[in-house]
Design a protein around this ligand. Sequence first.
Ligand SMILES: *Cc1c(COP(=O)(O)O)cnc(C)c1O
Length: 395
Amino acid sequence: MSRLDEDLAARLAAIRDAGLHRKLRRLDSPQSPRVIADGQPLLNFSSNDYLGLANEPALKAAAIQAIEQYGAGSGSSRLICGSLAPHQELETLLAEFKGTETALSFSSGYAAAMGTIGSLISKADVVIIDKLVHACIVDSVSYSGAKMRVFAHNDLDDLEQILKWSAERASKENASRTLVVTESIFSMDGDRAPLKEIVELKDRFGAWLMVDEAHGSGLFGPGGRGLAEELGVSDRIEIQMGTLGKSFGASGGFICGSRALVDFLINRARTFIFSTAPVPAVAAAAAAGVRFVMSDEGKKRRETLWTRVGELDSKLKVHAPARLSAIFPIILGDETRAVETSARLRGEGLLVPAIRYPTVARGKARLRVTVTASHTPAEVQTLAQALANCAPAPA
Ligand SMILES: *Cc1c(COP(=O)(O)O)cnc(C)c1O
């Protein structure tokens, strides 16, 4: 064994002992409610493909057409060899969808967060984040070198205290930037941020707001634009972030906002500048996904999703009334117990992942169930039955 491997073997043993070891499982089918994982057919309740677009004919056709027209590869960063038309078209569409001046796409949501927070914010500044924001936000703030302050999950009083502190500090130290970052729909809990109140607070203290709608875009609001649309606060959010890999069925990330914001990011966001552009096929598929979400068909697909979500919630009772989301956390606490429960469900033909540290806090392990518009009422019923047999009623 090399010295590297010896070192890693010891660390991997510690990960195993803590019940936290993960491994990849091979999938031999497209993303859909029925998958073949390691050769076993499973009913899939684990994906973020909420509208069932990952395997949608319109997206596949758009990707194929883009390959025929623009080739398989993208050649360079978009600032070097020229920016391929499918990326520009995607961004025009995203801006139209979100109703912002303009938009910029990245190779992933992770890269969008890193590039944006990493360039807008520096050491002298303060970033205030909800306790439960996604790892990409936490990593971006660490990378920026800014002071990171965490407010208790969805706790407006706590946020206000920190904003007050930051405003006082800014007036003393001549450091003027404060950025608040939250998700709209939290990825592992499926609950919602009080965006309206957060918008009012950040305005009162002169801070900027970035909202990660990874699990909101495509699903919420009359036009599917996100929770910000539903709550009528879209035009008061400086930075709207999203991913193209969830409801939109492809992959990539984006920022929607003002022309100045996007111009600045093109010039300063390192994950944009120093990374090869996504291939044309993925931009074209994502654009087809956004078009689908904006269409009547997209609206119908959303309605189907919310019907399935309602059916499952009537059994599991996870969500507060009138605050449904497609993410159902079933908190089990102990890591090993979560893994064993997930394995038991797998034995019954159900793919329901155990989510553990570091994705959630230690001792907060859970099953994370996601419903999509492609599930049938019978499949939702099968899941509810299996969960009733093996998991305690959620608290
Ligand atoms: C998935 C996710 C991201 C990252 O997006 P990718 O496109 O997968 O890199 C960011 N924020 C949240 C809340 C997410 O769930």
